[in-house]
Design a protein around this ligand. Structure first.
Ligand code: C5P
Length: 230
């Protein structure tokens, strides 16, 4: 049985995409974002329990999309749970479905459905070797400025900044304990565990792990799917 679980949060509405269906069900080159995300999580070298956190009103639809994407051999690794009103509530719902033998938990946005399988392996391996929380990140390439009321206050030193992605990985107990203690909304899971005093390490992210948020992102993802992976 796998000792790694991926909590795939897919319960958002995706309002910024401007579609009539929630983002997980929007099709990307003929296949729903959720199907591509399930396929990515199950294609990692290390087998994983995949917990799909879906919109509460679309559980049956989410189950059929996820089961079809997983295929008969991997259906046994799939668990579906209903999400909450915020991403953090959806992750908390996912945590209740962890199988007893799980030791490492990866939390991943279904909206980052082109994240390569090796990114899951890289993050999980670093969690296992370090016993710490691990996040994938990319350097910031644009110049960044601190601004107030349309006036530039200063140029920020971008060499110490990173853009953070998912999957973010955690030792199970650290993540569960930090979520039990979280008393406000944080912008990512690493911030939840950092608030509980857990050290967070960074590994190289991937250009393909960008989050599909706007119609422009969807077009970019469709173009990437037309090209050979690389
Ligand atoms: O809205 P955004 O794309 O930033 O959300 C990031 C991820 O969190 C998405 O995959 C989305 O489905 C998920 N989410 C969730 N439950 C919510 C809000 C967002 O599972 N209530």
């Amino acid at each position: 049985a796998p000792t790694v679980a991926v909590i795939l949060v897919a319960a958002g509405s995706g309002a910024r995409l401007g579609r009539s269906v929630p983002k997980a069900f929007v099709e990307l080159a003929g296949s729903p974002i959720l199907a591509r995300a399930v396929d990515g999580a199950l294609s990692a070298a290390e087998p994983a329990q995949v917990i799909v956190v879906a919109p509460a009103e679309l559980m049956d639809e989410a189950r059929s999309v996820a089961v079809r994407a997983a295929g008969p051999s991997a259906t046994g690794y799939l668990t579906l749970v209903a999400g909450g009103a915020t991403r953090q509530a959806s992750v908390a719902a996912g945590l209740t479905a962890l199988a007893p033998e799980i030791e490492t938990v990866l939390v991943h946005d279904a909206a980052r459905c082109l994240a390569p399988p090796e990114l899951f392996d890289r993050v999980a391996a670093r969690v296992q070797s370090s016993g710490r929380a691990v996040i994938p990140a990319l350097p910031v390439t644009d110049t960044v400025k601190r601004v107030q009321d349309d006036v530039v206050l200063e140029t920020v030193d971008r060499s110490e900044l990173r853009q953070v992605q998912t999957p973010q990985g955690f030792p199970r107990a650290a993540l569960v304990d930090a979520y039990a203690r979280a008393d406000r909304e944080y912008t990512d899971d690493a911030a939840v565990v950092a608030a509980a005093g857990v050290a967070v390490l960074v590994v190289d992210g991937s250009d393909r792990a960008f989050k599909i948020t706007t119609p422009w992102d969807l077009q970019r993802a469709e173009r990437l799917l037309e090209e050979p992976a690389g």
